[in-house]
Ligand binder design. Structure first.
Ligand code: TMP
Length: 216
């Protein structure tokens, strides 16, 4: 049978602490793979351009106050997550048509950051159930201390060493054996190369039609 009938894109998620370099790595990866002619899109959550995204952005910039539960649920709404079936079906149709999605933060951020504030982890996970399951989760591993030394740190509400230590612990609880960990202390070219290899591998597996698009 024709392999391409089954070809689908891969759902690839990058996670990590603030200032772990996710956004730059996502951009480099995206442009390299575009150059290689791979159908690929870069998504990020929260998308601050949406209406709800602007509320979150103002909260993160310490310009407004919201209680922890409210912030959590607002973030669930922004993240192509369950509250927005539109985003989920958009993601799904992209994947089915063969486009790979690189996603800068997903539901794991939602759970890690909110449970780091002391909210019950099961409560945090509940509204995230039923999301599309990623084919690959890459965790950019940096210590909270190292992250705090990076430029631009402290600009936003969550960029506080103590808090990021908590977030880091929550990520360790969340991550399972399938997550790929990249040490962010490596030279940036090495990080880029490791990431690209993991991603290309995953894309190839999905192209062969191995496995359906899962749900989390
Ligand atoms: P960003 O720096 O990647 O734009 O993310 C903004 C902040 O929001 C970052 O500190 C992580 C946090 N966050 C959550 O608390 N919950 C979520 O669901 C997401 C996607 C991000």
């Amino acid at each position: 049978s024709n392999e391409n009938n089954n070809a689908r894109g891969a759902l690839i998620v990058l996670e990590g602490l603030d200032r772990s370099g996710k956004t730059s790595q996502c951009r480099r990866l995206h442009s390299r793979l575009v150059e290689q002619g791979i159908p690929i899109e870069l998504w990020r959550f929260p998308d601050r351009k949406t209406c709800v995204g602007q509320m979150i952005s103002s909260y993160l910039a310490n310009k407004s106050q919201l209680d922890d539960q409210t912030v959590h649920l607002l973030l669930v709404l922004t993240v192509g997550r369950k509250g927005f079936p539109y985003f989920m079906s958009l993601m799904e149709s992209k994947l089915k048509s063969g486009t790979t999605l690189i996603v800068d933060r997903y539901s794991y951020s939602g759970v890690a950051f909110s449970s780091a504030k002391g909210l019950d982890i099961e409560w945090c996970k509940a509204p995230e159930r039923g999301l599309l399951a990623p084919d690959l989760v890459v965790y950019l591993d940096i210590s909270p201390e190292k992250a705090a030394e990076r430029g631009g740190y402290g600009g936003e509400r969550y960029e506080q060493l103590e808090f990021q230590r908590e977030v880091s612990q929550q990520y360790q609880i969340l991550r399972d054996g399938t997550w790929k960990i990249i040490d962010v202390c490596l030279p940036v070219e090495d990080i880029e190369k490791q990431l690209r290899e993991l991603v290309l591998d995953c894309i190839t597996t999905c192209q062969r039609g191995k496995g359906d698009i899962g749900s989390a």
